[in-house]
Design a protein around this ligand. Structure first.
Ligand SMILES: *Cc1c(COP(=O)(O)O)cnc(C)c1O
Length: 412
């Protein structure tokens, strides 16, 4: 069988890190209570075996094609490139916003749900903050006919009511968590408690390339479909690799999924854009790699936004998906190795990016990836973009969820 989009078994297995301890250099690992260690090791083993199983990879590949609409487009954004006003610059957009459910999160949710079924788990649990991951998990569970429970902070449920309705329509049970301010952190604690109690029957589906091993590598592998497709598509349309690939960084899953297939191509500059919120100097941001320091959080050693006593800092971003004080361990490793460069874009820059892309290309992008778009506009206006550059930007999702925030933009 000929596979055109880099979705052979071997392409999922092409990796060198993490090591056998789940580490990317000094980052990663498993900082979890004893009760979870066995479950993580079981999961790792099941995952390693699944990766070598042709049937598993073929079923995932078929589902991604027939139900998610992959490969997503790589769209040549000529109007947007013209806005940059740099001669001969070409910009391509990787359109994860066109994947079913409107963002990249489904790539991971479906991959892990399939693994859960293979492991003969009868139910899937997950936690969600803004609800995007919860919707992706509920969708994957509906597709595969699996029971689904989503933990969500009570305050987040109030603020993200439409996603709660979506999850319920999709057949998920949404459990409200009102302890600790009713936010994501408490929802994670409750989900972990559920997992420890019901580990024999239950699969914990984590949403980004962070957390304890094996999640960072597993989520990355399911998201590398973004970068593998992009590589094939750009070679087909331009006959060469891009000079620069840009993606936004929250926990890091769309970024590492896009970057990983280019890691061994030193001529391709990889740029991760974090949320600078109200400005780096204000402290109201979520730029973990730009302003954080190594520490332990959510089961792994990685860059963290923390104060001198190791207290996790409060964060702010206009984009809910970037509003997180941690980041995946592999992106931390790639910071220290220098292979990936990290920059930060403010709320204002992101809104400018959202508006510019909407008007020039007819694409209303999610505020998360609008950070990458706004960053690129800024670079061009500061004269930092070389003539003739070939650039790919990952559009991680569509902006329907952000319309209430964007409404303020239209008034200003
Ligand atoms: C969740 C989300 C993100 C941030 O998550 P990563 O794991 O960093 O990719 C980015 N964009 C969109 C559209 C999201 O929904």
């Amino acid at each position: 069988m000929v596979v055109h989009h880099g979705t052979t078994t071997s392409s999922y297995r092409h990796r060198t890190l993490p090591d056998e301890h789940g580490r990317f250099g000094e980052f990663g690992g498993r900082y979890v209570p004893e009760g979870l260690m066995a479950a993580l090791l079981d999961l790792e083993e099941a995952y390693e075996i699944a990766l070598t199983d042709h049937d598993f990879i073929e079923e995932l590949t078929d589902l991604l094609r027939e139900r998610i609409g992959r490969p997503t487009l790589l769209h040549k954004a000529q109007n947007f490139a013209d806005l940059l006003a740099v001669p001969d610059v070409r910009v391509y957009l990787k359109r994860e916003d066109m994947a079913h459910t409107g963002a990249h999160k489904i790539n991971n949710a479906l991959g892990q749900a399939l693994l859960a079924r293979r492991m003969r788990k009868s139910r899937i649990i997950a936690e969600t903050g803004a609800g995007q991951h919860g919707v992706a998990v509920a969708t994957a569970c509906a597709m595969l006919g699996m029971a689904c429970t989503i933990y969500m902070g009570s305050d987040d449920m109030r603020r993200q009511e439409s996603n709660v309705v979506r999850m319920k329509l999709l057949g998920a049970e949404v459990r409200s968590v009102s302890t600790g301010g009713g936010r994501l952190k408490s929802a994670i604690s409750e989900a972990v408690r559920d997992w420890v109690t019901n580990v024999d029957t239950t699969y914990y589906l984590f949403g980004t390339a962070a957390g304890p091993s094996p999640y960072p590598a597993m989520v990355r592998d399911f998201q590398t479909v973004i970068g593998r497709e992009t590589r094939t598509q750009i070679l087909a349309s331009e006959g060469r690799l891009p000079d620069c690939v840009i993606a936004c960084v929250g926990g890091g899953s769309n970024a590492i999924g896009m970057f990983h297939p280019f890691l061994n191509d030193p001529e391709v500059r990889l740029i991760g854009v974090e949320a600078a919120g109200r400005g780096m100097a204000t402290g109201d941001h979520a730029a973990t790699l730009a302003a954080g320091s190594p520490g332990e959080m959510d089961g792994a050693y990685s860059y963290v936004l923390q104060d001198e006593d190791g207290q996790i800092a409060g964060t702010h971003s206009i984009a809910a998906g970037l509003d997180y004080p941690g980041v995946g361990p592999e992106l931390s490793y790639l910071k220290d190795s220098g292979r990936v460069i990290y920059r930060a874009a403010t709320d204002t820059v992101a809104l400018r990016g959202m508006r510019a892309l909407s008007r020039s290309e007819g694409i209303i992008a999610a505020l998360e990836c609008a950070h990458a778009v706004g960053y690129l506009l800024d670079q061009a206006h500061h004269g930092d973009l070389p003539v003739g550059a070939l650039i790919v930007v990952c559009i991680s999702g569509r902006g329907d969820k952000d319309l209430a925030i964007a409404a303020d933009l239209l008034d200003s």
